[in-house]
Ligand binder design. Structure first.
Ligand SMILES: *Cc1c(COP(=O)(O)O)cnc(C)c1O
Ligand SMILES: [Zn+2]
Length: 467
């Protein structure tokens, strides 16, 4: 028997499939698939803190040391010579006193995992290393995804850098930040602007992949999530394998949170960490499906016996009301999260919580994160906004060790940042009013000045408090 295989997450089905099969979902029951391993045959170090220190040189060209594949011993679904990398995963666990103070957590105990430092500027590169390597290993020639922007940027970069495949991208028309669109176009991906939103693009790409035999790299792909597990390995490494009390991350398609849950549970099940952190998943209030289903409708994993009718009737309600996801945090503007069930499992196993942050709370948190010299896009700041809310509600203790994930780089969406910092409140309302953003309390406004030495010196003196 092989060391890795795929298995349906539905315990009542639990069908198993070869690792080389390309399956967007379980052919028996339609549920999501996991990648499973024979842990007895994995060559792991006897100490967790030695994980990631071996296996440092993947295939993929000179200089391409991967922060994913150095944990290859934990990801034995792909042989070492088949691993593809663009040098992803060189990210950092950063201290962040300003954001800690804003969230209300003791500053020594608050960290931000800065995934914006990936080559394409978001955490998606971790997952793409996994999915793209699997695609290559199965002989795929064309890979496709629907994207709010970062998945497409990552896929396009992998396709261009490896030369192994062509990338086709489905984007909801008008629903993408320019930083992200610019990447897909520049890297040469075939880019379809589908008239509709992300949920529409996601539905179409799944149909096209099934019909045309394209390889789908969205996070329904279980090999994507295997790559994203390394974010947790690096967080633990950054803490010298001290286990944090909380991991807080934004929730869009819920792939990342599901991957975190799987990573942590596996480490715990196999004795590599002594306790499980609690997972907090933060929806935007403008795309609150997961939070509503969990907090209002009591949806839970329930040993895998999930109330499908509750989910179906929630979605029918969205359709009846014509309700679409609507948030400035475009990376999480998703109302039909494809990894919903996996994330329910992660929440149950980690005793996790789900909550919503408004766009106002997200943008305010983003301004505080930046005061630590860390730039992120709006969706990422949902993590710090969520941590603050959980401290205020007494769910997170201020002495807890808290890690918030910064999922994407500031330069992905400079428009959102500049709009927050520039405008007076009247203009802000007209620009962002539709998102419920009415104040920019933490703005650092630019100062218009005449092209005159006197005026400029006056302005500088005034700003530094001199007469
Ligand atoms: C994709 C993405 C998210 C959402 O992650 P999911 O795995 O879809 O929940 C959050 N932030 C950024 C910057 C992203 O690119
Ligand atoms: Zn099944």
């Amino acid at each position: 028997m092989s060391i890795a295989w795929q298995r349906c997450i539905n315990p009542a089905c639990a069908s198993e499939f070869d690792v080389l099969q390309v399956l967007p979902k379980c052919p028996q029951c339609g549920n999501l698939l996991d990648v499973e391993y024979d842990w007895n045959r994995m060559r792991l170090p006897d100490r967790a803190d030695h994980l990631g220190r071996t296996d440092a040189w993947p295939a993929g060209g000179p200089g391409a040391v991967s922060g994913v594949w150095r944990f290859g011993a934990l990801l034995p679904f792909v042989p070492a010579e088949k691993r593809v990398t663009i040098g992803e995963g060189h990210t950092q666990l950063r201290i962040s006193p300003a954001a800690a103070g804003y969230a209300g957590v003791k500053s020594a105990n608050f960290r931000l995992q800065y995934e914006g430092l990936n080559p394409s500027g978001s955490f998606k590169d971790n997952g793409m290393a996994g999915a793209f390597s699997h695609a290559a290993m199965t002989g795929a020639r064309i890979a496709a995804c629907a994207s709010t922007g970062n998945t497409s940027a990552s896929l396009a970069a992998f396709a261009a850098a490896s030369g192994l495949m062509r990338a086709i991208i489905f984007i909801g028309d008008g629903k993408i930040a320019y930083g992200k669109l610019s990447q897909a176009l520049d890297y040469g991906a075939f880019t379809l602007l589908v008239r509709g939103d992300f949920d529409d693009a996601m539905a179409r790409v799944q149909e096209v992949c099934a019909g045309e035999g394209l390889y789908l790299v969205n996070s329904v792909n279980p090999f994507r999530l295997e790559g994203q597990k390394t974010i947790m390995y690096r967080v633990l490494e950054g803490l010298d394998w001290r286990v944090p009390d909380w991991i807080v991350c934004p929730g869009g398609n819920l792939g990342n949170s599901s991957a975190f849950g799987k990573a942590l549970c596996e480490l715990h099940d196999h004795g590599l960490i002594a306790k499980l952190p609690r997972l907090a998943v933060v929806n935007s209030a403008g795309a609150p499906t997961f939070s509503r289903l969990v907090n209002r409708h009591g949806l839970c994993w329930n040993g895998g016996r999930i109330d499908d009718d509750a989910i179906a009737s929630y979605y029918a309600g969205l359709d009846d009301r014509g309700e679409k996801a609507h948030t400035l945090a475009s990376a999480i503007e998703i109302n039909r999260p494809v990894n919903l069930k996996k994330c329910l499992r992660a929440i149950e196993r980690t005793n996790g919580v789900v909550l919503e942050a408004t766009d106002q709370e997200i943008l305010d948190a983003k301004a505080w994160i930046a005061r630590d010299g860390l730039g992120c896009e709006p969706a990422s700041a949902a993590s710090v906004a969520g941590a603050k809310l959980l401290v205020e509600r007494g769910v997170i203790d201020k002495d807890s060790l808290v890690v918030a994930i910064l999922t994407g780089h500031q330069l992905k969406d400079p428009h959102a940042t500049v709009a927050y910092h520039s405008h007076d409140e009247r203009e802000l309302c007209s620009e962002y009013g539709g998102f419920g953003v009415s104040s920019a309390r933490y703005a650092n406004r630019p100062f218009p000045v005449a092209n005159s030495l006197g005026d400029i010196v006056d302005a500088i003196r005034k700003a530094s408090g001199q007469k």
